[in-house]
Design a protein around this ligand. Structure first.
Ligand SMILES: Nc1ncnc2c1ncn2[C@@H]1O[C@H](COP(=O)(O)OP(=O)(O)OP(=O)(O)O)[C@@H](O)[C@H]1O
Length: 309
């Protein structure tokens, strides 16, 4: 069994009385794209900084690519690419020189360096402006340069803290494409975001962190199912004839939309029993479907709870 790309065990980090991260456990498999979702101040950056050994947790441990981050930080650094939140470029250096500066930290021949920098500048669409000073770049262009920089050492694992933050739609689209391409090249990607659509679109698995606690983890489908088990099911029913009175101990509420259409709120998935009961009463069932919550529904309820809708 290959070791997971990221293994976090019981990670806790406090700032004074504030628990920024609270007993967090997480495993990210090799080759997957993992989206780390949470509102502002949830503990995403604190978790990421602990993963990079840039802050020392109060307790718990992190392994990256099978190595303990507190024991082998340099070996790990060689094999990962990290995009910090609010990273900056060297304004006085050209795009090319910015990348060369970082390439010099790694063992590469000059020819390898040139090839890599050329490929990366082309990858992020900055080849034409490679000799311009980075201070003349727009925010989006700077972010592209920073993204290119995270690939400079051909990393196995990318750790991206809010990679699309502040980008226009085209820039965000490019970042999403690069994440997908990185995965198809066999890299693992861990990225944080508070943008639901991009997390849903890109991630194989998602973790939702709220006030330092990992509230949910799994594929989007799994998270929705866990949520329905906790919050209940919305079952849409439509019959040819008007609906009769429906009773079942698992039903918490019924909303009649039309005489033959209703939304049934139930603690468990009672579709089979409903189907049987309605057929026995001689009704023709036109539809009996679960209304899945959106990731947004799940996120908002997880973050703000039941009472603050
Ligand atoms: N160096 C620090 N000193 C004191 N408090 C801190 C420090 N760093 C973070 N915090 C607090 O810890 C909590 C978690 O912050 P963190 O930056 O990890 O959240 P985040 O999920 O990355 O948020 P954002 O999406 O806003 O970047 C916040 O309440 C923050 O104010």
């Amino acid at each position: 069994m290959p070791s997971p790309a990221i293994l976090i065990e019981n990670l806790t980090k406090s700032y004074g009385t504030l628990k920024a991260v609270n007993s967090l456990n997480l495993e990210v498999k090799e080759g997957e794209v993992f989206g780390f979702l949470g509102p502002n101040g949830a503990g995403k950056t604190t978790t990421i900084l602990s993963m990079l050994n840039l802050i020392i947790p109060d307790s718990g441990r992190v392994e990256i690519l099978g190595m303990d981050v507190s024991k082998e930080p340099l070996k790990i650094k060689e094999r990962i690419g990290y995009l910090p939140e609010n990273a900056t470029v060297y304004g006085e250096l050209t795009a090319w020189k910015n990348l060369e500066f970082f390439a010099n930290f790694y063992r590469m021949s000059n020819a390898e360096k040139e090839k890599r920098i050329t490929d990366l500048l082309k990858m992020v669409g900055l080849w034409e402006v490679r000799y311009r000073k980075a201070k003349t770049f727009s925010k989006g262009m700077k972010q592209r340069l920073l993204i290119a920089q995270t690939f400079i050492n051909d990393p196995e694992l990318l750790i991206l803290d809010e990679p699309t933050s502040g980008l226009d739609p085209e820039g965000a689209h490019l970042v999403k494409r690069l994440i997908r391409e990185a995965q198809s090249e066999g890299r693992t990607v861990f990225f944080s975001s508070h943008i639901l659509s991009e997390v849903e679109e890109l991630s194989d698995r998602v973790g939702i962190i709220v006030r330092g606690n990992l509230k949910a983890v799994g594929t989007v489908g799994e998270i929705k199912r866990q949520f329905m088990e906790l919050e209940g099911y919305e079952i849409k029913v439509e019959t040819k004839e008007p609906l009769p009175a429906i009773e079942h101990p698992e039903i918490t509420r019924i909303e009649l939309v039309e005489p033959n259409r209703a939304i049934i709120f139930a603690r468990t998935d009672i579709r089979e029993e409903l189907s049987r009961a309605l057929s026995e009463k001689g009704l023709t069932i036109l539809g009996l479907d679960i209304e899945e919550p959106s990731l947004e529904d799940v996120f908002l309820k997880t973050v703000y709870g039941r009472d603050e809708e």
